[in-house]
Design a protein around this ligand. Structure first.
Ligand code: TMP
Length: 214
């Protein structure tokens, strides 16, 4: 049965690992087909936009251009991947979605929240996740993990956001927590400071009862 789940959180919160684990579990347990995808990206054109957005050489990208690129990538991804999968009754699990834009471009970069909301409506045609998992952890913990990951994968170019100041990531985290407080029926906030297995179990226990049967 069609169901749209998103994963959100600051850098290094562990959401990509957890999204993968949940995707495998849901596929095995529900018998439903699960489409695991991510933003920015998720299809060839949006992946090209992702490369522009995350390239450390593109520090000159102004906040408004950045916002519009996220919206463009999302419009393509929604039309090409997410809507068709939901129309076929699949579970879609997306690593970041519109809440990321509110948190990063809105609360992090102080762009106008009403403009961001309007662009989200435009890019998605009003598509809202059924459920959003916010993996919350202090910015110091997240940055430390993200830096360790970048150092391990030497030569990685997707590092523009990890280079941001601690204050930026603090604002992003606050933005996410505000979104969760404003949308309690949609959000589940999970402590992201624990180990992978413990966190996976907490997510599994929170998500599985919500998946519609049939
Ligand atoms: P990732 O770390 O989940 O791969 O995401 C890549 C970066 O893109 C991350 O630093 C957050 C950022 N981002 C935004 O700033 N706005 C958005 O709308 C999305 C989807 C991601």
């Amino acid at each position: 049965m069609a169901y749209f789940i998103t994963f959100e959180g600051i850098e290094g919160c562990g959401k990509s690992t957890q999204a993968e684990i949940l995707s495998r579990a849901l596929q095995a347990e529900t018998g439903c087909q699960v489409v695991a995808t991510r933003e920015p990206g998720g299809c060839p054109i949006a992946n090209k936009i992702r490369a522009i957005l995350l390239d450390a050489d593109n520090n000159a990208l102004v906040p408004l251009a950045e916002l519009l690129l996220y919206a463009a990538a999302r419009a393509q991804h929604v039309a090409e991947v997410i809507r068709p999968a939901l129309a076929e009754g699949k579970i879609v699990l997306c690593d970041r979605f519109t809440d990321a834009t509110t948190a990063y471009q809105g609360h992090g970069r102080s762009l106008d929240l009403a403009l961001i909301e309007n662009l989200a409506q435009l890019a998605t045609g009003g598509l809202t996740p059924d459920l959003t998992i916010l993996l919350d952890c202090p910015e110091e913990v997240g940055i430390k993990r993200a830096m360790a990951r970048i150092n391990a994968a030497s030569g990685a170019r997707e590092e523009r956001f990890e280079q941001e100041s601690l204050r930026f990531h603090q604002a992003v985290r606050k933005g996410y927590l505000k979104l969760a407080a404003e949308n309690p029926a949609r959000f589940i906030v999970i402590d992201g400071t624990r180990g992978i297995q413990e966190t996976a179990e907490a997510i599994h226990n929170a998500v599985v009862p919500r998946i519609p049967q049939g």
